[in-house]
Design a binder for this molecule. Structure first.
Ligand SMILES: N[C@@H](CCC(=O)N[C@@H](CS)C(=O)NCC(=O)O)C(=O)O
Length: 238
């Protein structure tokens, strides 16, 4: 079987990746016991979507998008992504995943990249390893790109308090959806759990007291969920 090589981002803040989608993909591979290696990018992503994560395949091609990658690998390796759940449970998992990736993610990105209070920490974390002049230049260019993307998506057209409220509402729904179960997928973790971990661990791991981090911290079942996944699948990260 082809070995898995993932193009992703440099680890920072004690997190395996500052990208929720890279952390999601790696976490899912760990759930399935699939070995992989990481290639840390020091240039813009070379995938067709221009985003990370993506796979560097043996034939020289790339495969982008965490969900596309997971579906492709599952098909190649005979993994059932329904995890034996009923259609209703699968529908709920799908809706929760989309909420994380198409809603909460953008509130989290806004907080990290646009809130002036947190930008210095973000800039240092993502670009601090570069020589000073280059670091400032690239950080500024990428922040501008993120600003345009968030405007296009729409979230940054709202007041900061409203953005925090949008994201906070998603976190509360996540907590209710998990309830007292070990995983969103039931007894064993699935794609939705990898997705939730990618985003929640990033909110908790960011070294600032942000509004969204405070909401996650106020939901003990989500904090415990992150501890469970970290100790079960990311033991070497301490
Ligand atoms: N739907 C994609 C989203 C990936 C994504 O948004 N990645 C971000 C990093 S967290 C990225 O590469 N951003 C660069 C850009 O938008 O140009 C997935 O599931 O992989």
């Amino acid at each position: 079987m082809e070995s898995i090589r993932i193009a992703g981002m440099r680890p920072v803040w004690g997190l395996p990746s500052p990208s929720p989608f890279c952390l999601k993909l790696e976490t899912w591979l760990r759930f399935e016991g699939i070995p992989y290696s990481q290639v840390i990018l020091n240039k813009p992503p070379q995938s067709k979507t221009g985003k990370v994560p993506y796979l560097l395949r043996a034939d020289g091609s790339t495969l982008a998008d965490s969900n596309v990658i997971i579906e492709t690998l599952a098909k190649e390796r005979g993994i059932d992504l329904g995890y034996g759940c009923t259609p209703e449970e699968q529908a709920r998992a799908h809706a929760v995943l989309r909420m994380i990736e198409e809603s909460l993610y953008f509130a989290a990105v806004w907080e990290r990249w646009m809130d002036a209070k947190f930008w210095p920490t973000t800039r240092e974390g993502y670009f601090g390893h570069l020589p000073a002049g280059l670091s400032k230049l690239i950080a500024g260019m990428i922040r501008k790109k993120v600003r345009t993307a968030l405007h296009g998506q729409g979230i940054s057209r709202h007041e900061p308090a409203r953005i925090a409220a949008f994201g906070g509402a998603d976190v509360k729904v996540l907590s209710s959806a998990l309830g007292n179960r070990s995983f969103f997928s039931g007894e064993r973790p699935g794609v939705v759990d990898a997705s939730a971990y990618g985003t929640l661990a990033n909110l908790l791991g960011f070294p600032e007291s942000t509004p969204l981090k405070a909401v996650v911290e106020a939901h003990p079942n989500l904090v415990e969920f992150c501890r469970r996944i970290k100790s079960g699948y990311w033991r070497e990260e301490g």
